[in-house]
Structures are given as C-alpha cells and as structure tokens.
Design a protein around this ligand. Structure first.
Ligand SMILES: [Zn+2]
Length: 198
C-alpha cells in the first residue's frame, strides 16, 4: 500500500534527529521492544546522491505462494533469473496495460525496485534504501539507469512523491501517490529550497 508521505526507518537515533531536522517529521519508536525508529517526512522531494547503476535493482517479480521463491524474474522483456536462462525473452505483455492486468490477476510479475542512495544534504549519515512496487517508480528507475550508463551520472537526483487525483465515474475523487526518481531541477540545491507540493 502506498503511503502518502515518505516513511524513514532507522535504528540510529542520531540519523533520525538529522533527518527530522532537514525534512520534518517526529521520530518515534514503533514499539518499546524494537530498535527501529520511524518518522514521516514533511517533504515530497528529497535531493539524493546515487553512486551509479549498481545502486539500482529494478526487476519484475512473480512470487510463488508460501514464500517458496520467485517463479518469474524479468526486466519486462527478458528473464533475469535463473542464470541459465538470463536474457531469454520472458513472454510478458508488451504494453503497460497488459502487464498491469497480468499482475493484477496474479499471472504476471509486478515491479520490485530498490534504490540505494545518500541524502544530498547529509551524505555522512549513511546509505538509505528505497523499496517500491510502483510501476511509475520502476519506469523512472529504468530511465535513470539508462542515463547513468550513458555517462550522465553524477547529476543531482531527487526522489519525489507524485500526487494524482482521479475522479471516478461515480464522481468520487481518489488520490494516488507514487514515488519517482528524476534529475533535480538546477535550482534544487540547498535543503531550504525544497519545494512543498500540497
Ligand atoms: Zn517477464
């Protein structure tokens, strides 16, 4: 389920305080027994540093039931696993519509994206990992990896929550939130310049 804002989880209290100071949010422990500290950020856009294509794992995965491992792992067109079949056409539908329909019915894989990054405003606090099953995030990661492979890496990137409100036939407004990775705007440098999107 998509959250409506960024949720940061850390076991390090100092990291939680630094992140809270930069992007808002009140650090709190999930429960007394656990080490994890959570905070929901007040910002939609976060400037990040990404080392290169190796920081991205972007796959489409169909899991078996009962955690017996994946039965289909591909990039949308070609198999990524098992190693012996890597590169073979995977047979997924070409259209996004077809892929989404297959995933919804349980016959096709859905995105499994992981992005490792540092906060541009505080690279010293360490590495974060963003995990998402959003189709939009999958597409934005694919595009970013292509750019990085073409040598356009090193550009300041940002992760951003995109909000979309769709009105259903019955007139009900439904809002969707999904993350995307994109090249940051040129003036998007200091944390003080972070744009708030309502
Ligand atoms: Zn496939």
């Amino acid at each position: 389920m998509a959250l409506s804002s960024w949720l940061v989880t850390t076991t390090n209290e100092e990291v939680a305080v630094t992140v809270s100071g930069l992007y808002g949010g009140r650090p709190r422990r999930r429960d007394r027994q656990q080490e994890a500290i959570e905070l929901m950020l007040d910002r939609d856009a976060i400037a990040v540093n990404i080392d290169g294509p190796g920081s991205v794992i972007n796959r489409m995965v169909l899991e078996q039931e009962e955690g017996r491992g994946p039965i289909h792992v591909c990039d949308g067109s070609n198999l990524l696993e098992p190693m012996g079949n890597a590169g073979d056409p995977c047979g997924c539908p070409e259209s996004l519509f077809g892929r989404k329909a297959a995933a919804r019915s349980g016959h096709g894989p859905k995105p499994d994206s992981r992005l490792a990054f540092r906060l541009a405003a505080a690279p010293g606090v360490g590495m974060f990992v963003l995990v998402s099953s959003s189709w939009a995030f999958f597409d934005s990661l694919s595009a970013a990896v292509l750019d990085m492979e073409r040598g356009a890496s090193g550009a300041r990137m940002e992760i951003r929550l995109q909000r979309k409100v769709v009105t259903t036939r019955s007139g009900m407004a439904v809002s969707y939130v999904h993350p995307i990775l994109s090249v940051a705007e040129p003036d998007f440098v200091a944390p003080g310049h972070l744009q708030l999107v309502a």
